[in-house]
Design a protein around this ligand. Structure first.
Ligand code: GLC
Length: 542
């Protein structure tokens, strides 16, 4: 069956985009990553073969949610450098042919943003309060929150201020939600888009793109909307705060601005199903929307086949390429997730006292999953350290945890610190070369230096070598824009992508088909493809 992929000559439609989590990527000072650290590693990324980077927020921020709480959208946090450092980074990336996508956080600001500070002072009923969602409480004296909504990070989604009113925060209490009914909010973000486009960014990854509009009647809603996966239950009424149809008008306006600079936008949208996701990539909205169904799929032939087929089907309907992703700064790293008894989206962090992943099995599956992903037409995102096969830190002591999710769930969820450990760069240096002093803002687990690039680049069997080779072949064979046919059988996932045959074996061994030779594989393959292995094959020359 031809799954077909709408062909597009736009760079982003088949790009491999590398996500940088600035505080964990590379530090040139004191153990927190920074912009000069990113600039210094751009040649490494060029060597890896990525087309673009997406940099998580580096703007001025009290860092309550590590930059996803912005207090000045037009400046760089001193922790990460200066606006000049950003200019230098953009210039160096351009020289190396790497595009730069920045993160835009429009659902909420920091509580230290001047707008919120003014709103606190201005008092109930003021135009300043109308930039956010301030409401009187329920109960006899307004002592109860205005609705029963819950924060994604745990606990109530409302916090009371001194004069008795409450404000809405779908995330941490340090992240008040903006009121997108207010035209001033819209104007401000259109100006922020222009500010960064003028400086030469290639586009934006838009944070919580599904959250901006709320039902102004603020009805109660008794459910939790899960990070990444939304809600998997058809019987639940549509949420009054997530994935509302009105959000799309905002993106239509933004698209016009972004188009005028030749830029692109990628939506982070946790939605109920693939149909809803495809609405974000209609021709006049986002160019990309992360395929979280793929990320959340269990490691099993039938599920992956269905997710892949369905993704092409719904995106074809709106004429958009797909956007594959397995990792980001919000989920347990792939080799660990794939080594759990139940694979899929995984838990929200793993405690040392939890059942530990089988890392040998998980790493084998992760390599197979990565080679599968990188063969699929469309765009693909890699998360920093994914090219090194980094696992989750699952032995982190609680005293080090910084994710508000850990605090707000009173320690019942480990949170996301385990996928944000400072990267190893040089196995011979303290802190595996993360910073000049050897300091790291979160402790690295034992043996972290073994994953460092200096070890991997010289090792033909390393994850780094596999990914670099895959990216090179992907380009040479035009896989990102090729036609794809599904030949899956009971035995294995099998696709013909352009002139490459891609086979992923799960629980059984398969012979290498006659007339085909191995071009690249996630495990050594001679005559048979072992379990949990992906192989790229090419016709033997006759
Ligand atoms: C997005 C980010 C996540 C952040 C949240 C609130 O989901 O990916 O890291 O905590 O938004 O901004």
């Amino acid at each position: 069956m031809i799954l077909s992929q709408p062909s597009s000559d736009q760079w982003w439609s088949s790009a491999v985009i590398y996500q940088i989590y600035p505080r964990s990527f590379k530090s040139t000072t004191d153990g927190v990553g920074d912009l000069p650290g990113i600039t210094s590693k751009l040649p490494y990324l060029a060597g890896l073969g990525v087309d673009a980077v997406w940099i998580s927020p580096f703007y001025t921020s009290p860092q309550k949610d590590h930059g996803y709480d912005v207090s000045d959208y037009r400046d760089v946090d001193p922790l990460f450098g200066t606006l000049e450092d950003a200019t230098t980074l953009l210039a160096r990336a351009k020289e190396l042919g790497i595009k730069v996508i920045v993160d835009l956080v429009p659902n909420h600001t920091s509580d230290q943003h001047p707008w919120f500070q003014k709103a606190l002072k201005a008092g109930p009923g003021s135009p300043e309060r109308n930039l956010y969602w301030f409401r009187d409480g329920r109960g006899e004296n307004g002592e109860l929150p205005p609705t029963n909504w819950r924060s994604v990070f745990g606990g109530p989604a409302w916090t009371q201020v001194e004069d008795g009113q409450w404000y809405l925060h779908l995330f941490d209490s340090s992240q008040p939600d903006l009121n997108w009914e207010n035209p001033l909010v819209r104007e401000e973000f259109e100006s922020i888009l222009r500010f960064w486009l003028e400086r030469g960014v290639a586009g934006f990854r838009v944070d919580v793109a599904h959250g901006l509009m709320k039902d102004p009647a603020l009805p109660d809603w008794d459910h939790d909307w899960e990070m990444v996966s939304g809600l998997d239950d058809d019987s639940v009424p549509a949420p009054p705060m997530w994935d509302r149809d009105e959000v799309h008008d905002i993106y239509r306006d933004w698209r016009k601005i972004v188009d005028s600079y030749g830029g692109m936008m990628c939506a982070e949208a946790w939605v109920h199903d693939d149909e809803r996701r495809s609405l974000y990539v209609r021709p006049d909205e986002f160019q990309q929307c992360f395929n979280f169904s793929f990320l959340a799929s269990p490691w099993d032939r039938a599920s992956l086949q269905e997710v892949i087929a369905q993704s092409y089907e719904v995106n074809n309907r709106v004429g958009a390429p797909t956007t594959w992703v397995f990792n980001n700064h919000d989920v347990v790293r792939l080799p660990s997730r794939m080594g759990l008894p139940v694979t899929g989206k995984g838990p929200n962090g793993i405690f040392p006292t939890d059942p530990q992943p089988d890392l040998e099995l998980g790493s084998r599956r992760a390599r197979a999953a990565q080679l599968l992903m990188l063969a699929l037409p469309g765009s693909a995102y890699l998360y920093n350290g994914e090219e090194l096969g980094l696992p989750e830190h699952t032995s982190l002591a609680d005293e080090y945890r910084q994710d508000p999710n850990f605090r707000r769930t009173e320690g019942t969820e480990a949170g996301r610190d385990g996928c944000r450990i400072p990267l190893p760069w040089d196995s011979t240096l303290p802190g595996a070369g993360f910073s000049p002093t050897g300091e790291t803002w979160l402790p690295q687990p034992d043996g972290w230096e073994e994953y460092a690039p200096d070890r991997q680049i010289v090792n033909p069997d390393s994850v780094h070598t596999m990914i670099t080779t895959a990216l090179k072949l992907r380009k040479e064979h035009g896989l990102g824009t090729a036609q794809i046919k599904d030949h899956t059988t009971e035995d294995a996932l099998e696709y013909q992508v352009g002139d490459i045959r891609v086979i992923t074996a799960f629980d059984r061994e398969l012979p290498v088909p006659d007339g085909w030779q191995v071009l690249l594989s996630s495990q050594p393959v001679t005559d048979t493809i072992g379990p949990n292995t992906t192989c790229w094959l090419q016709k033997t020359e006759s």
